[in-house]
Design a protein. Structure first.
Length: 224
């Protein structure tokens, strides 16, 4: 520490001995890397602080639209339309629409698929509320056990309201070899999503959905 202080004092003395006009050039020539590094650190700190202050911390709802070509993310008509319909204040919370996942679990292998792994990560982490996919693909995800059983008390009202649209998969619930029909999806034919899914699509509720109370509102918007 004493050696560092001595070196700093000597360097400061050297700078002070230079003519005033030469000091900036000397400092830049010999310390520019340190100056640039310090500036980068400060810029990063300011950026992170700005994001922490200005970015809403609460998430209103999180939906994934898999295998779509259209932009359904932030500022899309679907995104802004649902935000307005639901009365979300997007300065206070986040409405997240994921539209960049492409996987076909019903017709192709999911092994090594980064997109499918991302989807399952969303489902398993308890951050995603609903996933929308082509019907066969959604049922394949349901067969993997990652969608909520719509007979669950938390969503049974949805199953009743959309009883004529319920989609099921066969599952061995008791692990006794007997297959049972489990409701895991809601057919979205005739909804606002028809223009994005030409072959039809369905909605599944994440088994770990954090905003179950918003799903009825989302479905209401889709069919409004």
């Amino acid at each position: 520490m004493d050696t560092l202080k001595t070196r700093m004092a000597a360097e400061w003395k050297k700078i002070c001995a230079l003519p005033r006009k030469e000091r900036p050039c000397y400092i830049w020539d010999y310390y520019k890397l340190r100056i640039l590094a310090l500036a980068a650190v400060l810029a990063f700190a300011v950026t992170m602080t700005w994001h922490a202050v200005t970015t809403p911390s609460e998430t209103w709802f999180f939906a994934c639209f898999a295998n779509v070509e259209a932009d359904l993310g932030e500022n899309s008509d679907l995104h802004s339309g649902f935000a307005e319909y639901a009365g979300y204040d997007l300065t206070e919370g986040i409405l997240q629409f994921e539209d960049e996942i492409y996987c076909k679990p019903a017709t192709s292998t999911t092994t090594g698929s980064a997109y499918y792994e991302l989807l399952t990560a969303y489902l398993d982490a308890g951050t995603l509320d609903v996933v929308v996919m082509g019907t066969d693909d959604l049922l394949a995800v349901g067969e993997a056990g990652r969608l909520m059983d719509l007979s669950d008390a938390r969503v049974s009202a949805l199953a009743e309201e959309y009883a004529d649209r319920i989609l099921t998969v066969e599952a061995d619930l008791e692990d006794d070899g007997e297959l049972t029909q489990v409701p895991v999806g809601i057919d979205l034919s005739g909804s606002r999503l028809d223009e994005y899914y030409s072959d039809g699509c369905a909605l599944g509720v994440s088994a770990n959905a954090p905003h179950i109370d918003q799903i009825a509102l989302f479905l209401s918007y889709l069919f409004s």
